[in-house]
Design a binder for this molecule. Structure first.
Ligand code: UDP
Ligand code: MG
Length: 325
């Protein structure tokens, strides 16, 4: 029988946390008589998370624990997708393994969904952020930029920590793209979402896998994945530059007619050549980004490869993230 609630927990080098989060979830939900299923995805950890998860499974095989073991690190997005494919609960909660997001808050989300039929999703967003000014500034810029460029809304501070009903889970699963950007997918599928402020806790153990460059790449992927505005930059720049050159040409002709030919300004010429070269390379780069995405998607590779699944009898012969058509 399906459970009331499935937790999807992506784990990458979380050896010190997996048992704690498992226990914390049961401590919160068992007394409330809410039946839970916990789907933990080992995303190619290198620190013994795999062994720890297997041990946890052996000791708790009847508590609705499912373990999906990836053949290597495929990233959090792939792990979430795998988790969704294996989750069978009526509601689904995405939560990190590091206990920065508390199961108590998940219970609150559960109650909100109980109370308000009209909402299909409750998403937590951070009111106060424990991060540096520089990073905060770049995040601000990113959200302003992506919201201007895309038709769908991106809420600043919203995390992947959220709970939604089965209908929304099925909608997310129907999005089969290779380059998965959860923040975009959640917003793209629609449904009424309740945004709930919460405060992020310190990481229980281990370190964050994000650094500035990974975040930057993530931001670019988000923009490329949900907007075609960058492709139009070349058109706009082309028009602007053409208009400018015609005007400049006319000015030069008139100036030459009145004042005669003056000394050739090679600094200006060099400046223009370099500027134009730069702009052309930039545009080529943007085109390349889109082309690379088409190329990879065209190969139609699976989003992840599974080494082993524990606790899910239906997917013994797994299909590596490809849904049957
Ligand atoms: N994670 C993952 N695969 C990765 C990177 C991270 O499954 O390649 C998981 C990680 O184990 C954690 C969650 O994604 O449960 C969030 O990662 P992290 O805590 O590093 O991010 P932060 O909380 O700093 O945003
Ligand atoms: Mg974290």
């Amino acid at each position: 029988m399906g459970k009331d609630l499935s937790f999807i927990i992506p784990c990458y080098n979380e050896v010190g946390n997996v048992e704690a989060i498992f226990t914390a979830i049961h401590d919160v939900f068992d007394p409330e008589k809410i039946s839970t299923e916990i789907v933990m995805i080992n995303d190619g950890s290198k620190d013994g998370t795999r062994e720890k998860l297997k041990k946890l499974y052996r000791e708790n095989s009847r508590s609705g624990l499912k373990i999906i073991d990836f053949s290597r690190n495929f990233g959090k997005e792939a792990a979430l997708y795998a988790g969704l494919q294996h989750a069978s609960g009526e509601r689904i909660c995405i939560i990190d393994a590091d206990l920065q997001q508390r199961p108590e808050v998940a219970l609150l989300m559960y109650r909100i969904l109980d109370e308000y039929e009209e909402y299909d999703c409750v998403a937590a967003y951070q009111e106060k952020r424990h991060e540096g000014k520089v990073l905060g500034f770049f995040k601000n810029c990113f959200y302003r930029l992506i919201n201007r460029m895309c038709d769908i809304d991106f809420i600043q501070g919203a995390s992947d920590f959220r709970m939604f009903r089965r209908n929304m889970a099925d909608a997310i699963l129907s999005v089969k793209e290779y380059h998965r950007f959860s923040k975009g997918i959640f917003s793209w599928v629609g449904f009424e979402t309740f945004f709930m402020p919460y405060e992020v806790q310190e990481r229980a153990s281990g370190t964050s896998k994000w650094n500035f460059f990974k975040l930057f790449k993530y931001a670019i992927d988000g923009i490329i994945g949900y907007s075609t505005v960058p492709l139009k930059i070349s058109t706009v720049l082309g028009v602007l530059l053409s208009v400018f050159s015609v005007v400049y040409m006319i000015v030069l002709v008139i100036k030459t007619l009145i004042l005669g030919i003056d000394v050739p300004g090679y600094v200006t010429t060099l400046g223009f050549v370099l500027l134009l070269g730069g702009i052309q390379l930039l545009i080529l780069g943007i085109l390349g980004e889109y082309m690379a995405k088409i190329y990879i998607q065209g190969k139609d590779r699976p989003v992840y490869i599974v080494k082993e699944v524990l606790g899910d009898s239906e997917s013994e012969g797994n299909n590596n993230g490809r849904e049957e058509d």
